[in-house]
Design a protein around this ligand. Structure first.
Ligand code: SAM
Ligand code: SF4
Length: 446
């Protein structure tokens, strides 16, 4: 067997793609390896969202140069969004790279490896044949890597929103939804292999519009309903959503579909209408707050997480204050926040009124302090309550199990491994850092 090491950067969609790449290469005799040292092939599945993410890839390629010197026939591939965005520039900057493959064309890897063996030089692929990619992936059938209790399932790719700061529409291409029947078949297969929770993925997942075999268009709410009908699947989540695409059906689904978990990631980026307009988010702060209210009416115990960017060009102190005010109003359970990072080729990168780095840092620290306070409050509120926990794996200590609450909080209990893949009630006793600890009550699922 040849050894394959895949290093994954960035989002959950990259995690899904890395698993599929491993499956594609298994028939060629590649088995997963835990490290790059000694591997026959190394794939860096990259992220391009912020400058830091891209720089990490180049420093990793620097390290791989030494390994390749020791093992000259080792293949080095760069996949993912940096591969799509930078293409041939990658091999100019890092000649150690043999293959460059974008996120929509990695199904061509086996053929690219054969080409690399035949020809001298580098092999590059950067098309957007999304349909063809899923045809190849589906033909692989049930795979070993699908055996987790919680499994990712990509239902939609690409983005047509063109937020002015974001590279995704350029690296992942236009919006494309997979047909519902194929998604349902994949969800059934995952359920049969032990997945109890399915996380539907898409850059803009709630813009899902799949065309069924009868020619009808399905929205995400309809797809969620069909997946909820699969007996093996107990929990469903979806990410990432755009506020503009939260339609009435989807809001109603949160109240009507008990398998849909009461935790929603709904990025808002800023609380200032001026900044939201400059970002081309196509909604105001008030629209966002109204949406939160409607979701809370549909599902009163729903919790929210979000993404924020501070220091977008032109962001004033008052704009930043508006972000803090929005956060105070909503009370989020968990969030991600970033300093604005100009990305080549995006409209915002040409902006002139830049925010000083020191101000960006100051704002990020202030926002993160507030978000952390809210996260801590949400976690503390769980103490004394009984939560349904889906157990995923053994904990670090002997006899310990780790699972997730409906709100994605890690929960630790003392219990036997037979509970892995099952849901049980846990009475929460304490909080350490971000983890909850408690005692097992009754088991809810077989
Ligand atoms: N599609 C999602 C949405 O509409 O929010 C998220 C896509 S992106 C992979 C994840 C997050 O990265 C974004 O929500 C945004 O907060 C952040 N992000 C994207 N571009 C950025 C940039 N140029 N600088 C800083 N953060 C950025
Ligand atoms: Fe990027 Fe905006 Fe599309 Fe999200 S909606 S992927 S932030 S362009």
């Amino acid at each position: 067997m040849k050894k394959l090491f895949i290093k994954t950067y960035g989002c959950q969609m990259n995690a899904y793609d890395s698993a599929r790449m491993a499956e594609l290469l298994a028939p060629l005799g590649y088995a997963p390896a835990a490290e790059a040292d000694g591997a026959d092939m190394v794939i860096l599945n990259t992220c391009h969202i912020r400058e830091k993410a891209t720089e990490k890839v180049y420093s990793e390629l620097g390290r791989l140069k030494a390994l390749k010197r020791a093992k000259p026939n080792m293949l080095v591939a760069v996949a993912g969004c940096t591969a799509q965005a930078e293409g041939a520039e990658i091999v100019t900057r890092a000649p150690v790279v043999d293959l460059v493959v974008g996120p929509q064309s990695y199904h061509r890897l086996p053929e690219m490896i054969a080409r690399a063996a035949r020809q001298a030089g580098h092999v590059l692929e950067g098309d957007f044949p999304a349909l063809e990619k899923f045809d190849v992936i589906e033909a692989l059938g049930p795979q070993q890597s699908d055996s987790g209790v919680s499994a990712f399932l990509t239902v939609q790719e690409g983005c047509d929103k063109f937020c002015t700061f974001c590279v995704v529409p350029y690296t992942r291409g236009p919006e494309h939804s997979r047909p519902p029947e194929r998604i349902i078949a994949e969800a059934r297969r995952l359920g049969a292999r032990g997945a109890r929770e399915i996380v539907l993925l898409g850059q803009n997942v709630n813009a899902y519009r799949g065309t069924a075999e009868d020619g009808k268009t399905w929205n995400l709410a309809r797809l969620l309903q069909a997946i909820a009908a699969i007996k093996d699947v107990s929990r469903i989540r979806y990410t990432t959503s755009h506020p503009r695409d939260m339609d009435d059906d989807l809001i109603a689904a949160h109240g009507a579909n008990p398998k849909l978990m009461p935790m929603l990631h709904l990025p808002v980026q800023s609380g200032s209408d001026t900044v939201l307009a400059a970002m081309n988010r196509q909604h105001t702060a008030e629209d966002y707050l109204a949406l939160i209210e409607r979701l809370r009416s549909s599902r009163p115990d729903i919790a929210f997480s979000s993404d924020f960017i501070v220091g977008f060009p032109g962001e004033s102190d008052a704009d930043f204050e508006a972000t803090l005010a929005l956060v105070r109003h909503v009370k989020f359970a968990q969030c991600f926040s970033f300093k604005y990072s100009p990305r080549p080729g995006t409209p915002a990168a040409a902006a002139k009124k830049l925010v000083a780095e020191s101000v960006k840092i100051e704002r990020l620290l202030a926002l993160q302090a507030l978000l952390l306070e809210q996260q801590d409050e949400a976690n503390r509120a769980a103490i004394g309550k009984t939560l349904a926990v889906l157990f995923e794996k053994p904990g670090r200590e002997k006899g310990q199990l780790v699972g997730r609450s409906p709100y994605l909080q890690p929960v630790h209990v003392a219990g036997g491994r037979d509970l892995i893949g099952r849901i049980a009630n846990v009475k929460i006793a304490k909080l350490t850092a971000n983890s909850l600890h408690g005692a097992l009550r009754e088991t809810l699922s077989a």
